[in-house]
Design a protein around this ligand. Structure first.
Ligand SMILES: Nc1ncnc2c1ncn2[C@@H]1O[C@H](COP(=O)(O)OP(=O)(O)OP(=O)(O)O)[C@@H](O)[C@H]1O
Ligand SMILES: [Mg+2]
Length: 246
C-alpha cells in the first residue's frame, strides 16, 4: 500500500544543504502497525511528513495505493491527503475555539459533506473514542488524554487508509499514554494501517514492526514476532521447511 524507494529530502539553509533523508526504501502493507524510532534529528518527522503527503521528497518515488504521489503538485497532494491520510500530533493541533464535535467534523467540510451528515459522522467518531459526553466541550475544557482522543476521532472520521501519529503520547503522562496506545491498538485491530513515531521503547515494543532511522537512513527494520500473529505464521512455516530440510 505504501512503497518508498530511494527517498531523499534536502533542506536548503542559506548556502548549506541539510540532508534530512539520504535514500530510504520502505514497503508498508495494509493493516501493519509500524513504529519509527531513532535519535532526535534522524529524520523521523521528515519521513512521516512525506508518507503523509504533507511534503514532497527531493528525490525518489512514493507509491500510495498504486498512485505515484512523489511528483504530484500541492493541490493534487492535498486531495490525496484528505482522502487517504489521518494525522495525529504530539500537540493535538485542535482548533481552540471550536467544540470537540466541530473539530472532528471539520475535515469533512472539504469533502463537500452536508452539515447534518458531518455531525452524524463526527458524533459516531467521538462515540468510538469514548467521548460522547464531551462533544460540546472546547479543547481547553478537556484533559490532555481527551484532547488526543478528539484528535484521533478527527483523524479517523473520514475513514483514511492510513493513520499517522507523530509522537502521539509525547505530551501525556504515562497512564494516559497507555490509554491512548490502547485506543490506537484497538483502531489497528479493527483493520486500520498505523504508522507512529515514538521515543518511548515501551510503546515501540508493542508495535509489529520497528523501523530505526539513523542520519536519514533506515538502520534496522525488525518485525516483532510476539506482537504480530502473521509473523508467527511465517516463522512457523520457515521452521517446518527448515526441519524438513527444504
Ligand atoms: N524545515 C526544515 N528546514 C531545515 N532543516 C530541517 C527542517 N526540518 C527538519 N530539518 C532538519 O532535518 C533533520 C531531520 O529532522 P526531523 O525533524 O525529521 O528529525 P526527527 O527525527 O523527527 O527529530 P525529533 O526526534 O527531534 O523530532 C534535522 O537535522 C533537522 O534539523
Ligand atoms: Mg520529529
Amino acid at each position: 500500500m505504501i512503497t518508498l524507494s530511494g527517498i531523499q529530502k534536502n533542506y536548503q539553509m542559506g548556502d548549506q544543504t541539510v540532508q534530512a533523508l539520504r535514500g530510504v526504501d520502505l514497503h508498508i502493507a495494509r493493516n501493519e502497525l509500524v513504529a519509527f524510532i531513532g535519535a532526535s534529528g534522524s529524520g523521523k518527522s521528515t519521513l512521516m511528513n512525506i508518507v503523509g503527503c504533507l511534503d514532497r521528497p527531493s528525490a525518489g518515488t512514493y507509491q500510495l495505493n498504486g498512485r505515484d504521489v512523489a511528483t504530484m503538485d500541492s493541490d493534487e497532494l492535498a486531495l490525496v491527503r484528505n482522502a487517504e491520510i489521518g494525522f495525529i500530533f504530539q500537540s493535538f493541533h485542535l482548533l481552540p475555539r471550536a467544540t470537540a464535535l466541530d473539530n472532528v467534523a471539520q475535515p469533512l467540510i472539504y469533502r463537500g459533506i452536508g452539515y447534518k451528515e458531518r455531525n452524524r459522522m463526527a458524533m459516531e467518531a467521538l462515540d468510538h473514542v469514548g467521548l460522547s459526553s464531551r462533544m460540546h466541550h472546547k479543547p481547553n475544557e478537556l484533559s490532555g488524554g481527551q484532547r488526543q482522543r478528539v484528535a484521533i476521532a478527527r483523524a479517523l472520521v473520514g475513514k483514511p487508509s492510513i493513520l499517522l501519529a507523530d509522537e502521539p503520547t509525547g505530551n501525556l503522562d504515562s497512564s494516559t499514554s497507555l490509554e491512548i496506545l490502547a485506543l490506537i491498538k484497538e483502531v489497528h485491530r479493527a483493520g486500520q494501517t498505523v504508522v507512529m513515531v515514538t521515543h518511548e521503547p515501551e510503546i515501540a515494543e508493542q508495535c509489529h514492526r520497528v523501523v530505526r532511522l539513523h542520519d536519514g537512513r533506515v538502520l534496522s527494520d525488525v518485525r516483532n514476532v510476539q506482537q504480530d500473529p502473521h509473523a508467527q505464521v511465517v516463522d512457523d512455516e520457515q521452521q517446518r521447511h527448515a526441519e524438513l530440510g527444504e
